[in-house]
Design a protein around this ligand. Sequence first.
Ligand code: FES
Length: 221
Amino acid sequence: MTHPRPESHTPDPGFRERSIWSKETQERAARIVARYPLRRSAVMPLLYLAMREEGYLTDEGMEEVSRWCGITPAQVYAVASFYTMYKREPVGRYLISCCTSISCMLLGSDEVMHSIEESSGVPHGETDEEGLVSVEHAECIGACGGAPALQVNYELIEGVTPEKARDLVQWLRAARPEVLDGDEMQQLFGTRRSFDWAIREEEGAIGPYPAFGPLGTVGES
Ligand code: FES
């Protein structure tokens, strides 16, 4: 016996003409949707694409995703509001996410977080006036072996001390790198790592969202 597959609604055929996204982003969205048997399965990468386009998730961006996926805006919102990496308010150019879960906490992440907040003047969940630095504490970021760990635009730095965290904030404000390179930041501001990566990462993050090639959120580092 075959079971009917849950199909998405067929999108309005003219929706691309009315799209609020650039042609480049629309082409990326079309390539991503084509990877999935059901267009609705593309909702999560398209939400990152929407953030790349507008800097954060606006209502209009989520409506655009709903049209591409053939689902309702409420269904898109249900996904976007569940995951903390989907930002529904403007975020600074550099998002510092300091892990404060158990392994990091036992090795001093509270002090690291305090150092970030004090040196940046930005408390958890906020952004500086210039829109340059946002700060948040995060649940485990999967680098417990290199605790305490943090991410800047989701590029990882392990073995961070309060002093190194302060240096990181000062460096971001002074150097304002276009592309954040995790290996470079690890060398400058990290100490112990959970393990050595065998291959050097050639690409870095260009904004406060994860660096994925298909989303155009990577840059040569
Ligand atoms: S507890 Fe911090 S990376 Fe896992």
